[in-house]
Design a protein around this ligand. Structure first.
Ligand code: CP
Ligand code: NVA
Length: 308
């Protein structure tokens, strides 16, 4: 009798205890990597990465991460696989999961990854969908903890679009017990059902972005136009112009507040250069930590808990 594999399709698929374990492993794995210590727990395992949208960080961190753990990674995209020619996602899942040990997918609707997972013999990781980006927030919270300690009870200000990254912060707030102050332009507010939120009291909406940022421990934002929404770009440029994280906004946050951005960033749009390139910004640590946090995730999904 086979048991169904664990997947990481949205942030709240994992418990607080599991995240605490993953952060402990990520710290250890990062230390090994920094010390040039070989750590190959998955020498005979294969990760398949399916990209239906562009990527720099996600591809690099998963591919390098899997190789650094001793395994191998195979990259597939829609353009030159049968996925772009109408092969049903259920069929692709059956085949791909018979030839690999774990799959990471970056795609459009969350429903696509759920259908894939339902037909997969191996764990499936969400590498970004229109609705969520759980690997990003895994790395972001690990980064926050490295810099400032526990995130429980803290206030995160989300300024801009209520997109996949925002939705994932909102799920993480429930798991870790912190608060998110969200400010979006009118018409772009959080849709609780799409965000996978049910009766949460961990977020509050602000019409004025300065009020959302006031006394925050962490200020974060993302592009005004996410992948897949390019047709709305012109309209969004107009609608979001007052939602830029600039120096004035950082000054109303706590003096030791951090700034995060999942990247890629557009200086002069969602963030001013003085902020992203300034002393409160931890965006490069955030990007690097994608590698270490996802190596912990791969290890956990492939071989389970490691006694340390
Ligand atoms: N932050 C992030 O996921 O970056 P990529 O789109 O480059 O993978
Ligand atoms: N919200 C952005 C994140 C990119 C990493 C997008 O979906 O395009």
């Amino acid at each position: 009798m086979s048991t169904s594999p664990r997947h990481f399709l949205q942030f709240n698929d994992f418990s607080r205890a599991e995240f605490d374990y993953l952060f402990e492993r990520a710290r250890w794995i990062k230390g090994q990597f920094k010390g040039y210590q070989q750590y190959w727990p998955v020498t005979d395992r294969t990760l398949v990465m399916i990209f239906e949208k562009a990527s720099t960080r996600t591809r690099l961190s998963f591919e390098a991460g899997m190789q650094q753990l001793g395994g191998c990674a195979i990259y597939l995209n829609t353009r030159d696989s049968q996925l772009g020619r109408g092969e049903p996602v259920e069929d692709a899942a059956q085949v791909i999961s018979r030839m690999s040990d774990i799959v990471m997918i970056r795609t459009f609707e969350q429903e696509i990854i759920e259908r894939f997972a339902a037909n997969s013999r191996v764990p499936v990781i969400n590498g970004l969908t229109n609705e969520y980006h759980p690997c990003q927030i895994l790395a972001d919270i690990f980064t926050y903890i490295e810099h400032r300690g526990s995130i429980e009870g803290r206030t995160v200000a989300w300024i801009g679009d209520s997109n996949n990254v925002c939705n994932t912060w909102l799920q993480a707030a429930e798991v870790f017990g912190f608060n998110v102050h969200v400010s979006t332009p009118p018409g772009y507010q959080v849709e609780p059902e799409r965000a996978g939120l049910y009766g949460t009291d961990h977020y509050e909406e602000f019409s004025d972005p300065m009020e959302a940022a006031r006394d925050a421990d962490l200020v974060t934002t993302d592009v005004w136009t996410s992948m897949g929404f390019e047709a709305e770009n012109e309209e969004r440029l107009r609608d979001f112009e007052d939602w830029q994280v600039d120096g004035e906004m950082m000054r109303v946050a706590k003096p030791d507040a951090l700034f995060m951005h999942c990247l890629p960033a557009h200086r002069g749009e969602e963030v001013a250069a003085e902020v992203i390139d300034g002393p409160q910004s931890v965006v490069w640590d955030e990007a690097e930590n994608r590698l270490h946090a996802q190596k912990a995730l791969l290890e956990y999904l492939l071989i389970g808990r490691v006694n340390v």
